[in-house]
Structure formats: C-alpha cells, structure tokens
Design a binder for this molecule. Structure first.
Ligand SMILES: [Zn+2]
Ligand SMILES: [Zn+2]
Ligand SMILES: [Zn+2]
Length: 158
C-alpha cells in the first residue's frame, strides 16, 4: 500500500446489534442453502464484518481465537473459502484479501473501488456483468464468478 502523509480514519465496521443482525442473517442464508455455519466460519465472517475493510488471511489467523490465540491457518483458509463460495464474502485478488459482502443475498458479480492509499474499499454494482458473461459464452467459456477491482483514491485521501 502506498505511503501517505495524512491521518486515516478507522474503517467503519459493524459492532453490537448490527454485527449480530448481520451474523444471524448469514446463519439463515446458510440454512436455506443447506450449509452449516460452523463456529470457525461464523468467526471468520464476524472478523470481516467487524473490520469493515479487506483483511488478509494471516491477519485473521492472528486474532482468530476468541481468547486472543492464533488459529491454525487451514481452519481460517477453509472458512474464508466457504464464505466466498456462499457469497458472504469476496476475495479481492489484487490485495490478496477478503472482505464481507455488502450486497446481500442475490447472486452477483463483485465489483470494488479500492483506495491504494488507505485501503478502504467499497462494493459497487458491477458494470455490465451480463456482457462479460455473453463475451465468455461467445468464447466458449463457462464463467462461475466475475470480480472487477478498480484501484485509485477514496474521497478522504484525495
Ligand atoms: Zn457482494
Ligand atoms: Zn490516504
Ligand atoms: Zn483512502
């Protein structure tokens, strides 16, 4: 991440009731999908929601235990993989990080505005994902996910 001189405000993650509400919605969503929201999966999602910004897996590993102890890396990687498959989180390849989904239940291509200065991200409506799918179909590809990552500066850093 680029260095900059100004002070960055902390990201606005979820806390208290908002956090519990988001977690219980995720529980319901998993139940409807016939999946189990295990304790490590729920913990990983809670940490992403609390962070309110992209987190690298090893950052989560360090703070994963509720008692402050680190987790076994495969536990965290498997949990993050699950959350991505369920659409509860997205992997941002260019940051090698994961972020909780802000768009709710419907299946969607993920699109992110990413600030290279403070690391803030915002999930936005993807631009013309159906055209990506159509182009893929023309080329004979079957696409199962589309992620758009747009890098620049957030309003606070401009
Ligand atoms: Zn999303
Ligand atoms: Zn900045
Ligand atoms: Zn910024």
């Amino acid at each position: 991440m680029a260095e900059c001189e100004h002070v960055h405000e902390g990201p606005a993650g979820l806390t208290g009731r908002d956090l519990n509400h988001a977690l219980s919605q995720a529980d319901d969503r998993c139940a409807r999908a016939g999946e189990r929201m295990t304790q490590p999966r729920r913990r990983a999602l809670a940490l992403l929601l609390e962070a309110g910004r992209p987190m690298k897996a090893y950052d989560l590993i360090d703070i994963f235990g509720e008692d402050g102890r680190a987790a076994k890396p495969p536990t965290v990687y498997r949990a993050l993989d699950f959350l991505s498959r369920q659409g509860l989180a997205h992997r941002i390849e260019s940051l090698n990080a994961y972020v909780a989904c802000e768009m709710g239940e419907r299946r969607h291509a993920a699109a992110f505005l990413i600030c290279d200065c403070c690391g803030a991200t915002e999930e936005i409506e993807p631009f013309a994902p159906e055209r990506v799918q159509a182009a893929a179909a023309d080329a004979g590809y079957l696409i199962d996910r589309v992620t758009i990552e747009a890098h620049g500066r957030c309003p606070a850093c401009l």
